[in-house]
Design a protein around this ligand. Structure first.
Ligand SMILES: C[S@@+](CC[C@H](N)C(=O)[O-])C[C@H]1O[C@@H](n2cnc3c(N)ncnc32)[C@H](O)[C@@H]1O
Length: 179
């Protein structure tokens, strides 16, 4: 079955990440985004709080002969402990598919990290966020992120893609720095 939000993110990344770019996958999970980013960018840093996610992602990357990555077992809150210079950051929020649904991204941490990242964003840089309002924490996180982006200045361009007929379907928010 086609996943329109995944396709939307994929196309955005294909059109915006080049071989000169360093990018961050803030939530590697099973590594699908990390693999795509490693093919598009010069280097990808990947974060996850679960060892299982690092194991799954490492396996996928090695199977695909990728070597331009570093996987970090830490929360995305600590991104700046590892890297300061990047073109974009990809968040695929929620829990690890087929994993422990109790281990999920938390609204408070996500908003705090977005705030920090936005202070570093320069012209042409971006943050891609896929939200999952279909579970309790995901709904809270989605509402807070939507409220938060309303507070951003006109220096940021916001692209939102959501399913208008199904409010619990995943949605994508992209923040780009214009000037
Ligand atoms: C929806 S999955 C990501 C799927 C992944 N992008 C893929 O393509 O397979 C969300 C991941 O976020 C991770 N996560 C939750 N809180 C986190 C945090 N504070 N920092 C980094 N990763 C986190 C979870 O462990 C889970 O693996």
């Amino acid at each position: 079955m086609k996943k329109p939000m995944r396709e939307f993110v994929r196309n955005f990344l294909i059109n915006n990440v080049t071989k000169n770019d360093i990018v961050i996958d803030a939530t590697i999970g099973n590594g699908n985004d990390t693999l795509l980013l490693s093919k598009l960018a010069s280097f990808v840093y990947g974060f996850d709080i679960q060892k299982l996610a690092l194991k799954n992602t490492e396996k996928l990357l090695l199977e695909n002969n990728r070597d331009n990555y570093r996987l970090i077992h830490d929360s995305f809150i600590n991104i700046f402990n590892y890297i300061n210079d990047f073109k974009g950051v990809v968040f695929n929020l929620g829990y690890l598919p087929k994993g422990d649904k109790e281990i999920t991204t938390l609204a408070f941490d996500t908003i705090a990290t977005l705030k920090k990242l936005l202070t570093k964003l320069k012209k042409g840089m971006f943050i891609v966020i896929t939200c999952y309002p279909g579970h309790d924490e995901g709904l809270k996180e989605t509402i807070l992120i939507k409220e938060f982006i309303k507070t951003l200045s006109l220096d940021f361009n916001i692209i939102k893609k959501e399913n208008k007929t199904n409010p619990s379907a995943p949605l994508v928010i992209i923040i780009e720095k214009k000037a």
